[in-house]
Design a protein around this ligand. Structure first.
Ligand code: PMP
Length: 286
């Protein structure tokens, strides 16, 4: 089946789906994005993703290209045209096309909007989760506004490649004080030996993951004790469990950090249970 992308108002076959070379996303990474999970043909947590998109745009002073419900219609249409039942939909908004100049273009410049949808094998995700993933740690070297979901992801790209080359599934950034901030495309969590769930507060040091918000809800409903505070790599190494969260992975157990096993070296019970109960707290669109 040929794939279709939404590009600035039109649904186009992939071969023709392109933006202008002077799109500010292409030249300056001057844009933002969202990735939503599609499960059984339905959008997961659309409202929260759309609200975060609107916030990212506001922070960068890019105008909302259209009302959020219209963006929702585009996402659904893109999912449908690509016949995605299980997978992801990606939405990107940039400051638009203008003659190259660092400062903002004239206010009439229209933001560019691109949406793509892709199927993913759900069984494969479950197999990965059943085994858990190794992570590596890397020094935090990003700017201090990672709370904005910007398309400028070079540090994330480089550390993820480093992880891959070392046989790991994710890289955890560690700040100057030795505290884990987050993964290259996920939030980081541990479960202490006395069964407390720990994750860093969603201040400016991390992206406020939608999955993170939902998992906090699930954990509360399941009666867990939660502490939103930073944790060090040493504390993670001494933990009974670790895991990461992201819309593309839901709850993914971490079984090794820098080659050292976490807990018994297998996915933990808490992570596995949070993964199993996730959709009880997620918002599933009609
Ligand atoms: N942190 C970063 C840096 C990310 O790229 C992502 C994935 N978008 C997350 C956290 C997790 O966010 P979410 O749960 O909304 O996918």
């Amino acid at each position: 089946m040929s794939r279709i992308a939404f590009v600035n108002g039109r649904y186009l076959p992939y071969a023709q789906a392109a933006v202008h070379i002077e799109d500010r996303g292409y030249q300056f990474a001057d844009g933002v994005y969202e990735v939503c999970e599609v499960r059984g043909g339905q959008l997961i947590d659309e409202r929260r993703h759309m609200e975060r998109l609107a916030r990212s745009l506001r922070e960068l002073r890019i105008s909302l290209p259209m009302p959020l419900p219209v963006l929702g219609i585009i996402l659904r249409e893109t999912i449908e045209r690509n016949r995605v039942r299980d997978g992801i939909v990606y939405l990107q908004v940039t400051r638009g096309v203008a003659k190259r100049d660092h400062a903002f273009p004239v206010p009439e410049t229209k933001p560019s909007v691109v949406a793509i949808a892709r199927s993913k094998d759900r069984a494969k995700g479950e197999t990965t989760a059943a085994a858990g993933i190794p992570v590596i740690t890397v020094p935090e070297n990003r700017w201090d506004r990672v709370d904005i979901k910007s398309i400028g992801l070079l540090p994330n790209v480089l550390v993820r490649q480093e992880a891959r080359e070392k046989g790991a599934g994710e890289a955890w950034f560690v700040d100057r004080d030795g505290f884990v901030t987050e993964g290259s495309s996920s939030n980081a969590w541990i479960v202490t030996r006395d069964k407390k769930i720990i994750t860093r507060p969603a201040d400016h040091g991390i992206l406020r993951g939608i999955t993170r918000t939902v998992v906090l809800d699930v954990a509360k409903k399941l009666g867990h004790t939660i502490e939103e505070r930073p944790f060090t790599v040493e504390e993670a190494l001494a933990a009974s469990e670790a895991f990461v969260t992201a819309a593309t992975q839901i709850v993914m157990p971490v079984v090794q950090i820098d080659g050292k096993p976490i807990g018994n070296g297998h996915p933990g019970l808490v992570a596995t249970s949070l993964r199993a109960h996730f959709y009880e707290a997620a918002e599933i669109a009609e």
